[in-house]
Every structure is written in C-alpha cells, then in structure tokens.
Design a protein around this ligand. Structure first.
Ligand code: ATP
Length: 351
C-alpha cells in the first residue's frame, strides 16, 4: 500500500477555482477528514482524487503511480479508488446481495465474497432484502460494502452520514471508522461536522475558499489552530484584545500567558487573545491574590448534561464564556475568581 500524494493541486469546478494549490500526503491506512464550510471545495477535491474532475495545476498520485496532472487523467475505474456518496443510491430492483455483487467480479468465490462483505458491514442476515426495505443506515452500509468490494487502495466518503438522524449517525460513523481501520483502507471523509472530523480522523484537513488552512491531528487543530479563522471555525472561542508583553497578554482576564501564532508581536502591541472556554476555570484559591486572575459574576448557565457553558460578566466590563463539567456548578449571580489554566493563543488583531 502507498501514500496518496496531492501536490500543488488546483481544480476548476464550473467557472470557479474550487481547489487552490492544495498539497497533502495521506499516509497508507490513514483516515483523513476534510472539513470546511459549504462551498470551500471539499467535494471538488474528492472529485479530482476520484478522477471525475481534472487538475489545472499540480498532480495526484498513489505512491509512484501518477493519476492526475494537467492534460492527463487516469479514468475513475482504473484508479483503484472507491466512492461512498452522501445518499446510498442503490439499484432499487436489486437485492442487498445483488447491489454489493455489482462491484464483485464474476467467477469462483463470488458468492462467498458477497457474503463476507455483507457480514463485514453487519448485514449478513439481510442479503435478500430490497433497498426499500432498508433503513437509511442499512442502505449506507450496503453502499460501503459495494465500495469496498473491489478492494480499493483509497476510499472516498462524501458526507456519508449527513442524511442520517443524530443517534444513528454517531453509532454508524464510529463503526465505519473502526471497520476502515481494521481493513487498513486509506480513507478520506468529507464532512462539515467538526465533531465528526475530530472524533473519527487520524488527521484533519481544514479547507477555506479552496485553500488548505491547516492539516494536522485533531489535537493540533483544536489546541494549536494555525490561524484565528481555524480557531473560530473549529470549536468555541473566547476572544479578548490586550497588550502583548514578553509572552503575556494583559486583558480583562488579567495577564494571561500566550503563544503568538504565525507572527512576532513587539512589546506593547495590541494582539487578539483566543482561548477555548474550558481553558478558563474558577480559582477560589486566588481570591486573596489581587494580582492574579479576574473577578466575575455568573450571568447565565447553559446546561448540557455532561458539561455546562457559563456566561460570566467580568468586573473589567466584558463577558466571557467558560465550559466546565456539570458537577457542583456555581449558581447564577455567584461571584467567581477566574484564571486561565493553560497558555492562550495570540493572533494579530484583524485590520
Ligand atoms: N456542479 C457544479 N457546477 C459548477 N460549479 C460548481 C459545481 N459544484 C460546485 N461548484 C463550485 O465549486 C465550488 C466548490 O464547491 P464544492 O461542492 O467542492 O464545495 P463543498 O465544500 O463540497 O461544499 P458543500 O459542503 O456545500 O457540499 C463552489 O463554490 C461552486 O462555485
């Protein structure tokens, strides 16, 4: 098995430059999520990898096997790449087994291979069913089995769980990720659901307006966003402007330790401090230390079962949100001393 290498690829979709100079190496067996807002080029990137759109610049290859470059496209059926679409789009007049079998070559062992694939996706008992007798989740399992049938080197999944209800989606996507890992299939999952991307993928590619903003592990994307845009797009952020001095930002939350991302501020510069809401914590032990932390009053609490989001009015005049485990929550109106429990991220203030 080889890596999938996308190298400086640009793709025109209609009249739009949908993918703009994207480079990424997807390691053999890796599950990569492509995340981004609507229209950022996720599907266009997948179509180019599948051979359904040409590249205008750059190249796409699996190992040393070049699949796309300007003026040359290896046809989809010769690329060794499988596709699971958003809607299962099964043949309505064929049974589950026949739908899966559509992609299994004729010959000896065909029936056994169909049975193996049906069992792999948990449909061993439903092989004689017609598509209209399947739930949405079961239909997606058939589409997955059909895509895996020719043993593709790379599997592309275009929002395969988007049409399913929340509970089914959570269960099925975990199962599918485990199955793909067990098979060692290199997979690219397009999604606009950040939770899906962060929980399932080995690495996440964040696209914006056709550009690759960041490609990293879920922890890197969440804890060290490469830009303020990624910080805002993936997860919740608390934003405070303050003065930079020697690795600290003096703002309404006090003097908060921070790392500058992608620029080098000078002492005295105004920077934008970004924090995740769970990085802000109540610190009753700091009440006696006037220099540390910031005084706040709980303005509202949004309870979510396992945790809660608190809006706190700072004495200094701003409101910040903090997320905490929903155990012994403070009450609305309670006074707290807040501090930041890990270094924040500093970005330039937008012009
Ligand atoms: N069928 C099409 N014909 C012409 N242009 C298209 C077509 N589909 C997409 N585009 C253009 O390509 C750009 C990228 O679209 P693409 O579908 O790749 O984005 P996406 O990130 O997958 O969006 P979504 O999350 O909404 O599916 C769009 O802004 C649009 O202008």
């Amino acid at each position: 098995m080889s890596d999938l290498v996308v190298s400086g690829a640009s793709v025109i979709h209609g009249s739009t430059l949908a993918v703009d100079d994207v480079s990424m190496t997807i390691r053999s067996g890796e599950l990569v999520a492509v995340l981004g807002p609507s229209g950022c080029g996720k599907t266009s990137l997948l179509l180019a990898i599948a051979g359904l759109l040409p590249v205008r610049e750059g190249s796409i290859a699996i190992g040393s096997r070049e699949l796309s470059r300007p003026g040359r496209v290896v046809p989809p059926e010769k690329r060794g790449i499988g596709w699971v679409p958003q809607e299962a789009s099964l043949f309505p007049h064929l049974s589950v087994a026949e739908n899966i079998g559509f992609a299994v070559p004729r010959g000896r062992g065909r029936a056994a291979r169909i049975r193996e694939l049906a069992e792999l996706v948990g449909l061993g008992a439903l092989t004689n069913r017609a598509p209209n007798q399947l739930s949405g989740g079961q239909a997606q399992r058939v589409a997955l089995a059909r895509a895996l049938a020719p043993r593709p080197e790379v599997l592309l999944l275009d929002e395969p769980f988007a049409a399913l209800d929340t509970q089914l989606r959570t269960g099925l996507r975990r199962e599918v990720a485990e199955l793909l890992r067990a098979q060692g299939t290199t997979s690219i999952l397009v999604t606009h659901d950040q939770e899906e991307a962060l929980t399932l993928a080995d690495r996440v590619a964040v696209l914006r307006d056709g550009h690759l903003e960041q490609f990293g592990t879920p922890e890197e994307i969440y804890q060290q966003p490469a830009s303020d845009w990624v910080a805002r797009f993936v997860g919740d952020v608390v934003e405070l402007d303050g003065a930079w001095r020697g690795g600290r930002v003096t703002c309404a939350l006090g003097a908060v330790e921070a790392a500058a991302v992608g620029f080098t501020p000078a002492d005295g510069d105004t920077v934008r401090l970004m924090l995740r809401p769970e990085w802000i914590v109540p610190r009753p032990d700091l009440l006696a230390h006037a220099a540390a932390g910031a005084d706040a009053r709980v303005a509202s609490i949004s309870y979510a079962g396992h945790d809660a989001m608190l809006s706190c009015d700072l004495t200094a005049g701003l409101t910040v949100r903090m997320r905490m485990a929903a155990v012994d929550l403070p009450a609305v109106g309670e006074d707290l001393r807040l501090a930041v429990q890990r270094p924040g991220l500093a970005y330039p203030v937008p012009a």
